[in-house]
Design a protein around this ligand. Structure first.
Ligand SMILES: Cc1ncc(COP(=O)(O)O)c(C=O)c1O
Length: 443
């Protein structure tokens, strides 16, 4: 097979304002990826780069899956676009049905958007509108969590808990409270999997509820495992407790599963792994294996049914996107779900978790490593911050790993790893060697 020549590199980088990136630093010393297949990227200088982060937590089935590519091509040729407003095409309905069947509990209805951020905004809006529909319009308060990441929309940053994402953007949504995060190195540093300590942190919700009155709360939104905030693993019993407290006060529980969905934690969804079912669940990323943008909010029958009343000629929810249920994204998602099922990738992730855990914790003792956390096929390696320059060590490790042949993610001074679920033991060892070498070489 002839490999196509790599595309020419641009000679002016100034026009593209890159997201969540120090633009000037990157453009002074850019890193380009020009191709991908399986577990590997190809850099513009021809080097193979092992993908330690599934792109950005999304390419769970590995790169260049021919079935997804074919589905995209075929769908684009057959029906490139039709709106989902007052009109339908078969695949969006088939996909919703598949997702409802896969999702735990009675999360039976799917509202499509194009990203995790839109999924979160959708979930928050549905939660607020649900209570209004159910006769409790005063339930408007939302609860997020420190170090939570729920995308970049105004809804998401309002409930999100990462400070730089919130500053300079005005007053955000009113009536939002934040729980504390669950990270406590004093009790939990270098824990294998879920920490024993910390379930009681969920009780903080009781205090917040008591302060404003239970009847004023619409929803709590949390990531079952916080990703972008630094890979924070839920303590044993914490999510269960959160569910109980929400139930006791009629508050909806939203799990943001944009990262944890589709096998990342060795089960279809974190909700399945932890056996805690939310009222609303947001998904994106692995839904299409990252090949085409798509996100969604899944809701229970109870929530959906509350909207299916009143005059039948009026839209039940005034919300949606031009590309909700896009034909090409729907086709890509259906092909992706086929691969997950046929190749048993969620089970594969569960099967390799212990090997992964041992390999990651093998980095303990290397320079500046102050904590290692893991769950499913995810790991966070936390480094001591450099005096007066937090985040620089993380960024340096990312750059060194790229030079050494691996893509990793730096969230501040925590290195996040989340490889495609197809990774082999040998590839895990190779990835750890590159990370170890980078850790040894950064001061
Ligand atoms: C938990 C979570 N929610 C929402 C988002 C936002 O997704 P997107 O970037 O597709 O808008 C992300 C992105 O990383 C995420 O990790």
């Amino acid at each position: 097979m002839n490999t196509p020549a790599p595309p020419p590199l641009p000679n002016d980088l100034s026009s593209f304002w890159m997201p969540f990136t120090p633009n000037r630093k990157f453009k002074a010393n850019p890193r380009f990826i020009v191709a991908a297949e399986g577990m590997y990227y190809t850099a513009s200088d021809g080097r193979r780069i092992i993908d330690g982060t599934s792109g950005l937590w999304c390419v769970n089935a590995g790169h260049g899956r021919s079935e997804i590519i074919e589905a995209i091509k075929t769908q684009a040729a057959e029906l490139d676009y039709v709106p989902s407003y007052m009109m339908g095409h078969p695949k969006s309905f088939q996909l919703a049905q598949r997702l409802a069947a896969m999702a735990p509990g009675d999360l039976n209805h799917v509202f499509f958007g194009n990203s995790g951020s839109e999924a979160v905004d959708t979930a928050l809006k549905i939660a607020l509108a649900y209570h209004a529909r159910a006769g409790e319009p005063q339930r408007r308060r939302l609860v997020g969590r420190a170090r939570g990441f729920h995308g970049a929309g105004f809804g998401g940053i309002s409930v999100g808990g990462i400070a730089p994402n919130r500053t300079n953007f005005g007053s955000l949504l009113a009536e939002v409270d934040h729980l504390g995060h669950t990270h406590n190195p004093e009790h939990n540093a270098f824990t294998l999997g879920q920490p024993e300590w910390g379930a009681h942190l969920a009780d903080e919700l009781e205090d917040i509820v008591a302060l404003h009155g239970a009847g004023n709360f619409a929803a709590v939104i949390i990531e079952p495992m916080a990703g972008a905030g630094g890979v924070l693993i839920p303590p044993k019993g914490y999510l269960e407790k959160m569910r109980q407290i929400c139930d006791a006060h009629g508050i909806l529980l939203i799990f943001d599963e944009v990262i944890t969905g589709f096998g990342r934690l060795g089960a279809g969804f974190a909700a399945e792994r932890f056996k805690v079912v939310p009222d609303i669940m947001t998904i994106a990323k692995g839904l299409t294996n990252g090949a085409v943008p798509m996100g969604a909010a899944l809701v229970t029958s109870k929530i959906y049914d509350a909207f299916m009343e009143g005059p039948e000629n009026v839209a039940e929810l005034y919300h949606g996107y031009t590309y909700s249920g896009h034909p090409v994204a729907s086709a890509a998602a259906l092909a992706t779900l086929d691969i997950y099922a046929r190749d048993h990738l969620f089970e594969r992730a569960a099967g390799i978790e212990n090997f992964w855990q041992a390999a990651v914790h093998g980095l303990k003792g290397l320079p500046n490593v102050i904590d290692i956390r893991n769950l499913g096929l995810v790991a966070g390696i936390e480094l001591a911050a450099k005096d007066g320059a937090p985040g620089t060590r993380g960024a340096d490790i990312l750059a060194k790993c790229f030079k050494g042949g691996a893509l990793v993610r730096a969230t501040g001074d925590t290195i996040a790893l989340a490889p495609p679920l197809i990774i082999t033991e040998e590839q895990i060892e190779a990835l750890m060697e590159i990370v170890a070498a980078a850790l040894k070489s950064v001061d």
